[in-house]
Design a binder for this molecule. Structure first.
Ligand SMILES: Nc1ncnc2c1ncn2[C@@H]1O[C@H](COP(=O)(O)OP(=O)(O)OP(=O)(O)O)[C@@H](O)[C@H]1O
Length: 299
């Protein structure tokens, strides 16, 4: 196993209580080796980001973890044979069904009781701002609308393990924020999440461990390494909701953060080097992020 991987808690031999644990997993398509000796473990509520260039093997790894394709070598241990797993592939095929029909179908396959399924479908449509009872067929949906249905099917069960392949692809800014809220909520409830991502996503990175797949190996990425050298000119501006007590505690812990507060609403100017730790503590204090923006050249 790669030495850099051994240093980090989430990617090692894991523990017997891990939700899922991969040991020296490899994958070849014919004679082409795509992944080799991938070892990782994930516990409840943990989040892991997979990065890597096109064709590096991110989707392949997600499919192996989801149990959709077999590994060519190594072992996979799941905490239970019935581990509830939600998986959103990089794109949903366009089907001759409405979103409601499709989700009812998926929920029934997963064994969800009708009443719970109906409520959950309504809830997810509302959250991601799609009409729940639209008569339009999925073949007529736009890319972003289809992606929302894809995400909904993965989140139907409130899975213990959620696997998302480029989940933000095709979503507009408002929908991306809704999805982030959904992900943070699921994570807080104990769902472990693995996301394959291309674009930077500071508020999700702040609560995640990031790995890059390079030449078939999983390499740990240190947080904010790209910004370390020019962090003096990068800040994040967060608008959110936080109790006064939590704000007082965070203000002491992060003296370099600028605060503007009105009741529970806060605006925080966060130096880049504090962002990772600040966001972690903000979420732990059950703060709600309304927006988070990167600001350059504003110290
Ligand atoms: N079913 C398959 N049969 C043969 N080769 C495959 C198959 N699926 C994927 N590959 C190959 O495996 C490699 C990894 O593909 P994968 O889709 O996992 O990459 P990725 O990192 O998700 O890429 P992208 O960022 O472009 O989505 C690629 O070279 C791809 O062509």
């Amino acid at each position: 196993m790669n030495e850099r991987i051994k240093k980090k808690g989430a990617v090692d031999s894991g523990t017997a209580s891990s939700l899922i644990r991969l040991e020296q997993v490899g994958k070849s398509y014919g004679s082409r080796k795509v992944l080799s000796e991938i070892s990782l473990s994930l516990d409840r509520g943990e989040s892991l980001i997979l990065r890597g260039g096109n064709g590096s093997g991110k989707s392949t790894l997600l499919k192996i973890v989801a149990g959709i394709i077999p590994a060519s070598s190594g072992r996979i241990h799941r905490s239970s044979k019935q581990l509830q797993t939600g998986y959103a592939p990089d794109r949903l095929p366009k089907l001759r069904m409405t979103s409601e029909e499709y989700l009812i179908h998926m929920g029934r396959i997963a064994g969800m009781p009708t009443a719970a399924l109906t409520t959950r479908i309504e809830e997810l449509h509302e959250l991601l701002e799609l009409p729940a009872h639209s008569p339009s067929l999925l073949i007529h949906y736009s890319k972003g609308m289809l992606q929302k249905v894809n995400l909904m099917q993965a989140c139907l069960l409130r899975p213990a393990l959620l696997l998302l392949d480029e989940p933000f692809s095709g979503l507009d800014t408002a929908s991306s924020e809704k999805l982030l809220t959904l992900l943070h909520g699921l994570r807080a409830e104990g769902t472990a999440v693995i996301t394959a991502l291309h674009d930077p996503l500071p508020s999700w990175e702040s609560v995640s461990t990031t790995y890059r797949i390079r030449e078939g190996q999983l390499i740990l990425e240190e947080p904010n390494t790209d910004e370390a050298s020019n962090s003096g000119s990068v800040r994040y501006e967060l608008d959110g909701l936080l109790t006064e007590k939590a704000r007082e505690r965070l203000a002491v812990a992060f003296p370099r953060v600028d605060w503007t507060a009105a009741g529970n609403a806060v605006r925080c100017g966060i130096p880049s080097e504090d962002c990772h730790a600040f966001m972690r503590d903000f979420w732990q204090a059950e703060g709600i992020v309304l927006s988070l923006n990167r600001k350059e050249g504003e110290v």
